[in-house]
Design a protein around this ligand. Structure first.
Ligand code: GDP
Ligand code: IMO
Ligand code: MG
Length: 421
């Protein structure tokens, strides 16, 4: 099968970067279709750790073409920095293509995010994601192809002046360094020539028709989806399988393997309900063992046991064909492992993930408990190498979620991965 997608099944940071890097070694194209530099995808290779924000995690594989799809929001300053870092740290210049229709995060978008209080009230990453998608919906945004037009600078200045009229105190907008931004846009035009600003739909559909291997790398996670997540505590795009249709121009029906990345426990960054959050010892131990600090903002992640209610919703919504279970090694050393099988609300059993954040915040998780294991499992090479309790946990999840677990990740490195046949 030549087409696959890697999608987060929880609230992001499931380990998509590691899985995408592993599966893209021989890929022809790897495509990001949603979000922007709010993503932080970590890949560990022989040289060390690299964190991707705009670029797909396949960018370390030099033969692979990488495409930042039209559903993305792209910050020229951040993208140029990322390309420079890849050059400095790995001497790699990825073969990069940009969707002509992708929207541009300008220096005023992160400022607007603060003025709109989204950072404070939603706990956003502060990367200007929401305001850029707002401009897209309001039909007042700049798209990547606009960067190549001679009137871009004039249009940008006009837009900034108009924006200032919206706020009583626009002094933060006065501090924007327009000339620095235009210099970076010039550099980006040099680094990615106009020939590589593409109409993604025909390009990718043709590649699929020719039997090329095409991978769609989701950012964020299903429960952060603007439509199906815990609104308003969500991101502003569709990380889910439907996002591939609108964000890459390829029908989701063409994507044969849909791999849901599932962390062996739950984490969340930013605000919003998380029924299994543990603010005591368990949460702290998971954070320490799992090194649960944001790859983009460095914020500590909220941690707790696995939540089957949210997971089942996510797996169904995306019609996942496989699961990549990550960070199982982090559970070593716990006497017992808890998993939320359902919620209770007003004395009633809830098995379906609620559609409002209010309702979810009133749900109390009900747990089933498994015996834990002590052994370090980070060097296991097959499921049979795992202690029986860990094997039992994997078996239970596969049966309960009714989706085959095809990958079990037991460490940050590529070698710490069990491919289940
Ligand atoms: P992403 O946003 O889904 O790509 O995930 P992040 O990169 O933000 O966070 C996942 C973190 O867990 C990164 O630091 C990874 O290096 C690390 N990681 C991935 N898989 C495993 C695993 O199986 N075990 C451990 N211990 N760490 C892992
Ligand atoms: P990856 O791709 C985890 C969260 C933010 C905030 C909400 C909205 O690394 O899994 P935004 O800046 O998108 O408007 O913030 O979404 N968020 C993420 N959480 N992983 C991510 O990406 C995230 N991207 C956004 O913390 O709660
Ligand atoms: Mg991340």
């Amino acid at each position: 099968m030549n087409t696959l997608t890697i999608i987060g099944s929880q609230w992001g940071d499931e380990g998509k970067g590691k899985i995408a890097d592993m599966l893209s070694e021989d890929a022809d194209w790897v495509v990001r279709y949603n979000g922007g530099p709010n993503a932080g995808h970590t890949v560990v290779d022989d040289t060390g750790e690299f964190k991707f924000h705009h670029l797909p995690s396949a960018s370390l594989h030099e033969d692979c073409r990488v495409l930042l799809g039209p559903g993305m929001v792209i910050n020229p300053i951040g993208l140029v920095e990322e390309l420079d870092q890849l050059q400095e740290k790995r001497a790699i210049e990825p073969d990069i293509f940009l969707g002509a229709r992708a929207h541009v995060i300008t220096p005023y978008h992160p400022v607007v995010e603060v003025l709109e209080k989204a950072k404070e009230e939603v706990g956003t990453t502060g990367r200007g994601i929401g305001p850029t998608y707002e401009d897209k919906a309001a039909r007042s945004g700049f798209r990547i192809n606009d960067l190549f037009r001679s009137d871009f600078e004039d249009r940008f200045r006009d837009r900034l002046e108009k924006l200032k009229e919206r706020w009583d105190d626009p002094s933060d907008l006065d501090r924007i360094e327009e000339d620095r931004f235009f210099d970076v846009v010039d550099r980006l035009r040099d680094m990615v020539s106009e020939a590589k600003i593409v109409n993604s739909s025909p390009v990718l559909n043709k590649a699929i028709d020719e039997g090329k291997s095409v991978i769609f790398e989701g950012a964020q996670g299903t429960l952060l989806d603007i439509d199906f997540g815990t609104y308003p505590y969500v991101t502003s795009s569709n990380p889910t399988v439907g996002g591939i249709g609108t964000g890459a121009g390829v029908s989701p029906t063409r994507v044969e393997r849909r791999i849901g990345v599932v962390k062996a426990y739950t984490t969340r960054v930013g605000k919003g309900p998380m029924p299994t959050e543990d603010e005591g010892d368990l949460g702290e131990r998971l954070r320490d063992n799992g090194d649960e600090y944001g790859a983009t903002t460095g914020r500590p992640r909220r941690c707790g046991p696995l939540d089957l209610v949210g997971l089942k919703f996510a797996l169904d919504l995306n019609d996942m064909t496989e699961i990549a279970l990550t960070k199982l090694d982090v559970l070593s050393g716990f006497d017992e492992i808890k998993v939320a099988s359902h919620y209770m609300k007003d004395g009633e059993k809830i098995t379906e993930f609620p559609s409002t954040a209010e309702e979810l915040s009133e749900c109390e998780p009900s747990y089933i408990t498994f015996e834990g294991w002590d052994e370090d499992i980070s060097h296991a090479s097959s499921l049979e190498d795992l202690p029986s309790e860990a094997q039992g946990y994997v078996d239970f999840l596969e049966k309960e979620l009714d989706v085959p677990i095809s990958i079990v990740s037991i460490g940050k490195k590529r070698s710490q991965t069990i491919m289940v046949d």
